[in-house]
Design a protein around this ligand. Structure first.
Ligand code: PEP
Ligand code: MG
Length: 768
């Protein structure tokens, strides 16, 4: 069973389009279950009807012609009940509907299972049999359910591919279909998609036509020649160490590179107008499928060789190619997994939007995007990324959705939102030098989170009163080795100088989790619960000591440095860190630097710390809540995983109760407490935090003017009442709605989502 399923999934995965995928499904399932009919009905989002999309056993001419209303017939029943229905005598069921076009009256037994992807019913898979004596048994039912569960993702993906090309299920024109992910950074962008991908990964090579067939052929021939030479060189080098049968492997490779084999097929595809990388991808994937489906284990293994060869050819083809990448004036960067380095490649001023398949709203790349003010959608899991290259895209970072090749109306609608946002931001500039104070005189410090120098420039122009969190890992991430003490000192000095005499809070290196350094890989099963933050740097005092030394030296003459420790889960981590910081402080002074001992604080981002606030506060000068991780760890929801993104909620009552407790306990022992997670930059979140008594709110520069304008317009008393009201509620969604409503009533509806009500009309046909 498992092998049938495996080869079915492989075949479907490699289908060219949705129709081919569905035809494969019905024909293979019909055979595997030895039944007379297998059909698939898909729910068309445009009409909300189930359309017969493929069949084996019913009349073919009915395909695309027969459709049922959302709750019509047995198919509708399976879809609305979201569970299998297994009937021995279907025509006697009250919900049975008869379509003469299908020839269906001859069939009696019916087994239908829903095809569900991320809670959305995509369609129904049906098998039927003529004699009533055949009742599909439990094993068959389980098989069909397994097939359907395995294929749901593939079907959703193919459906989305069609929708990107502007086609509905039935092949008719369908414009302005939205693809839904998770909001990454607010704002709207309209621009041209540029698909970026990690080098030498065939799976992510985009489909692109070429007009320069000769040029592409030349490139490909050069790549083949280079790979041949590589292999011959390696074979020669290893000749004395290998037995003849092992050496034969290289001959296999070289034979595969012969003109008649793989290169010939790739050249044909290029001659048909596909660019070299895309042609290579198609041919290699065909070979790999072919080998993987073979029963002979030895031949199955050849798939690995082909893939390896493909990767080698691709890396030669890509040499220099990324360098020539021309970024359009308004670039929307699209990738399977965006990295901070990819963002850095786009020339200044040309990056308008970001789209990532992986990751969620609190992934670090989303935080970086918010800091840069670039509208972003994350977690677009079913989008066929490769199709987006060169397409005009609308990125709606408020709602977490994108549109490809928008109609004029949709484009104009979003352009109006962009203009409205620009106007709003310009209007807020006037607040720059005004204090962040409520109407009844309660003052809160508004600080910024930084990582890059560009953040500092933006922060200053937005009126920040200091840095609440400098993520020192950002300069570490954009290098290919650990930065030296001198290099670090220069980075840190820039930040300290820009804000002096205001405080600059530098967090010691917080790598691990989703923050990887290419030159210091950490491979773990469960990285967020593993070696991360202070755990890494205490195990590597040489990294910690150099970093603290660079910070202290950089602070000479400015004395506005504060040091903050990430991922603290127990007191001994604080004590060990303090010991190292004191040691460096004395050493640096002995070297003749005129520095002051900086204030030292800890981040409260692990639930254990919430229950030891007093003990922690006794040992340090300040506390700062990392609500991104605190939410993740309290709710046991990976902040990066789009599948559980809807469970990640900083307005969850448990999170709010923890935040209240932290502020109370810190103040009870007389220590200041701030917050530097993303909640602080959310206007509603900022109000609640201010009401809880947080002394400072640290956020990305782009959010700062909005938060300031909201806080300056209300009284603390009003905010405390709102906090008291929401603390009585038990659902994060209700709490969020309640806070949004309060903001709307206070006149800040446009901070939530400009023009929201009218945009809904365009979102109805959401695809994923
Ligand atoms: C946090 O966890 O809230 C935080 C500010 O740190 P980071 O997002 O860098 O993990
Ligand atoms: Mg954190």
């Amino acid at each position: 069973m498992l092998s049938i399923l495996r080869s079915l999934v492989q075949e479907v995965n490699s289908a060219r389009d949705l129709q081919e995928a569905l035809d494969i499904i019905v024909s293979r399932v019909q055979k595997a279950m030895n039944t007379e009919v297998c059909s698939v009905y898909l729910l068309d989002p445009a009409t909300n009807r189930y359309i017969l999309m493929a069949t084996e056993g019913l009349y073919r001419k009915a395909v695309g012609q027969v459709s049922l209303g959302y709750s019509e017939g047995l198919v509708g029943l399976v879809g609305s009940r979201e569970e299998p229905i297994n009937l021995e005598d279907a025509p006697s069921h009250p919900r049975y509907r008869y379509f003469p076009e299908t020839g269906e009256e001859r069939f009696r037994s019916f087994l239908g299972v829903p095809i569900i992807h991320h809670r959305r019913v995509l369609g129904v898979l049906v098998v039927q049999q003529r004699e009533s004596s055949r009742c599909f048994d439990e094993g068959e039912e389980a098989f069909l359910v397994t097939v359907s569960a395995q294929l749901a993702g593939v079907i959703a993906h193919s459906e989305a591919t069609g929708a990107i090309s502007g086609l509905s299920l039935t092949g008719e024109e369908a414009r302005d279909v939205s693809f839904n992910g998770v909001p990454g950074a607010p704002g709207v962008a309209i621009g041209t998609g540029v698909v970026v991908y990690p080098a030498a990964d065939l799976d992510v090579v985009p489909e692109k036509p070429t007009e320069d067939i000769e040029g592409e052929l030349k490139l490909f021939k050069a790549a083949v020649k280079a790979v041949r030479e590589d292999i011959e060189r390696v074979a020669k080098r290893l000749a004395s160490q290998l037995r003849p049968e092992e050496q034969a492997l290289f001959d296999v490779y070289l034979r595969m590179l012969g003109d008649e084999a793989l290169p010939g097929e790739v050249a044909n595809k290029i001659a048909d107008g596909t660019w070299a990388q895309g042609a290579l991808k198609q041919v290699v994937q065909q070979y790999v499928r072919h080998f993987e489906m073979m029963d002979d284990h030895y031949l199955q293994e050849r798939a690995v060789d082909i893939r390896d060869l493909g990767r080698r050819l691709l890396s030669h083809l890509q040499e220099g190619e990324q360098k020539h990448l021309v970024y359009p004036e308004r670039t929307v960067l699209v990738s399977e997994e965006l990295t901070p380095a990819m963002l850095g490649e786009v020339p200044k001023g040309q990056l308008v939007g970001l789209v990532s398949v992986k990751g969620s709203s609190n992934s670090h790349v989303a935080i970086l995007a918010r800091a840069m003010g670039v509208p972003t959608v994350m977690g677009l899991v079913d989008i066929p990324v490769n199709q987006l290259d060169g397409k005009e895209l609308v990125v709606d970072g408020f709602e977490g959705q994108i549109f490809a090749s928008p109609s004029q109306d949709l484009r104009a609608f979003y352009q109006a939102i962009c203009d409205e946002e620009d106007e709003l931001i310009r209007g807020l500039e006037a607040l720059r030098d005004k204090p962040c104070e409520t109407t009844d005189g309660h003052r809160v410090s508004l600080l910024v989170n930084t990582g890059l120098m560009t953040d500092v420039v933006r922060s200053l122009s937005h009126g920040a009163e200091g840095i609440g969190l400098y993520r020192t890992e950002v300069p570490f991430m954009i290098k290919d080795r650990f930065p030296s003490e001198q290099e670090q000192r220069e980075y840190y000095r820039e930040q300290l100088e820009a804000f002096a005499p205001n405080p600059v809070t530098m967090r010691t290196l917080d790598i691990g989790g989703d923050k990887a350094l290419t030159y210091f890989p950490i491979n773990e099963e469960n990285p967020f619960l593993g070696w991360r933050g202070i755990r890494v740097t205490l195990d590597h005092p040489e990294i910690f000591l150099v970093q603290v030394r660079a910070m202290l030296k950089a602070s000479e003459g400015l004395n506005n440095l504060q040091i903050m420790l990430p991922m603290i889960s127990n007191i001994s981590e604080v004590e060990e860190s303090l010991h190292l910081i004191y040691r460096v402080y004395h050493e640096v002074r002995e070297e003749g630097y005129d520095i002051h001992m900086p204030k030292v604080g800890v981040m409260v981002e692990i639930p254990a710390a919430v229950y030891q606030i007093r003990e922690l506060a006794d040992r340090v000068d300040f506390l700062s809540v990392g609500s991104n991780d605190l939410t993740q760890y309290l709710l046991a929801v990976d902040r990066n995983n789009p599948r559980v993104a809807q469970l990640y909620h900083s307005y969850h009552p448990a999170v709010l109760q923890a935040l209240v407790r932290i502020a109370q306990d810190a103040h009870a022992v007389g220590k200041p407490v701030g917050i530097c997670g993303e909640l602080a930059g959310d206007p509603g979140g900022a109000l609640l935090l201010m009401a809880m008594g947080y002394d400072s709110l640290s956020m990305n520069a782009a959010s700062l003017p909005k938060v300031k304008s909201v806080i300056r317009s209300i009284s603390r008393e009003w905010a405390i009442q709102l906090l008291e009201d929401v603390l009585l509620l038990d659902s994060p969604h209700v709490i969020k709605s309640c806070v949004d409503l309060a903001l709307r009533n206070a006149g800040f509806g446009r901070y939530l989502r400009p023009g929201r009500s009218s945009s809904m009309a365009f979102s109805e046909q959401a695809v994923s």
